[in-house]
Design a protein around this ligand. Structure first.
Ligand code: SF4
Length: 76
């Protein structure tokens, strides 16, 4: 990933996470499954469209992506 570090902030609400593993499949360097729930390995990232996709496809809507404090995903 050649993006600029620190531009986006990624969070997972482990209380909502269902442990589907879809986020880790989409961006394994950012998300990891631990104890059947996702954790964020890299909370500060550069711009990466995969993170928007991960937030959109998460069945629990447990993933949020912020840019400069503004929520940019999930996009629905
Ligand atoms: S896609 Fe959502 S529900 Fe599935 S592991 Fe990731 S955060 Fe949890």
């Amino acid at each position: 990933m050649s993006a600029v570090p620190g531009k986006w902030t990624v969070r997972v609400d482990r209380g909502l996470c269902l442990g589907s593993g879809m986020c880790a499949a989409v961006a394994p360097e950012v998300f990891a499954l631990e104890d059947e729930h996702a954790s964020v390995r890299q909370p500060e990232t550069g711009e990466d469209p995969r993170l928007l996709d991960a937030a959109d496809i998460c069945p629990a809507q447990a993933i949020t992506v912020h840019e400069d404090g503004t929520l940019i995903a999930p996009r629905r």
